[in-house]
Design a binder for this molecule. Structure first.
Ligand SMILES: O=C(O)C(=O)Cc1ccccc1
Length: 283
């Protein structure tokens, strides 16, 4: 079986994907949209993308693309500890305070912003599509004054030195990744259901619309553990909502009823599905 991941090799997403899909053929895609698109178009059956981080919150690019541009099911969630390293070419002589550029994925840059502000005062912060792309760029650069922020695995993969270890703002940093597919039946039925995720929009000018939608879950004792609003990209001030629900298989009929109630109120629901959460121990 083939599985797409946000690459190139050595990214956090790569490690998470390798941990869970140890016998699959992993195929690297250069950006989150490219990875989701490949799955949505059926080029590859399964993909793995980051969705949320302890420090930086939701990966908006993932959520927006899944909501606006794809119609996929979540087969499972991977939760992995994340530790950021400052990576540079080996044997370079530039001191940290003189670094001119630091590259990484926006999530990794945001997770390390206190370190950057304190130790890399002169560095321009440059966003890349993944941490591993940042590492590859530093490895291929002829400039000794550039660094990347990313996982330990990137040091090995691109022959870079870890100049400063564990530079993320808090130590208990984790990222959630979603395993996505356009075939919901690829979910492993032997794994228990722990969560469900769905998006909804409510009609304009319905007073208390959000509260009414949330009540559909609360009076059924369905336990929401996340709500996020994102722009609908139509008119300023219009949003869609993502909710995550902690639930067990016997509550699935209640979930179906809650979604029906939202539709009855004039809302529209986009289901991402019900899934198990795999907790990956420290790498
Ligand atoms: O997978 C990666 O390496 C990424 O670039 C995305 C990311 C960034 C920071 C934490 C987890 C995933």
């Amino acid at each position: 079986m083939k599985v797409a991941y946000l690459g190139p090799k050595g990214s956090f997403t790569h490690s998470a994907t390798q941990e869970y899909f140890s016998n699959a053929e992993l195929v690297s895609y250069g950006s989150i949209p490219a990875c989701i698109k490949a799955v949505a178009q059926g080029e590859i059956p399964i993909g793995v993308v980051p969705i949320e981080n302890t420090i930086e919150g939701t990966v908006n690019l993932t959520l927006d693309y899944l909501y606006h541009k794809a119609d996929l099911a979540i087969l499972g969630e991977l939760v992995m500890p994340i530790s950021q390293q400052l990576l540079m070419k080996k044997d370079r002589s530039v001191e940290l305070a003189k670094l001119t550029k630091v590259y990484s994925h926006p999530q990794a840059l945001a997770q390390s912003q206190e370190f950057i502000a304190e130790y890399l005062p002169e560095a321009r912060v440059i966003a890349t599509d993944s941490t591993s792309l940042a590492a590859e760029m530093v490895a291929n650069s002829h400039d000794d004054s550039v660094a990347a922020i990313g996982p330990v695995a990137c040091g090995q993969e691109y022959d870079l030195e870890i100049v400063k270890a564990d530079i993320q703002d808090i130590s208990h940093n984790k990222t959630r990744f979603w395993i996505i597919s356009n075939q919901a039946n690829l979910r492993n039925d032997s794994e228990s259901i722990e969560k469900a995720s769905l998006c909804f929009i409510m009609p304009n000018n319905l007073p208390g619309a959000l509260q009414k939608a949330l009540t559909a879950f609360s009076w059924r004792e369905l336990n929401l553990n996340k709500i996020e609003s994102r722009p609908l990209k139509t008119t300023l001030g219009e949003y869609f909502f993502l909710i995550d629900i902690v639930l067990e298989a016997n509550q699935l009929p209640l979930l179906a009823n809650a979604m029906e109630e939202i539709q009855y109120l004039g809302g529209q629901v986009k289901q991402f599905g019900c899934y198990h959460v795999h907790r990956i121990k420290g790498l």
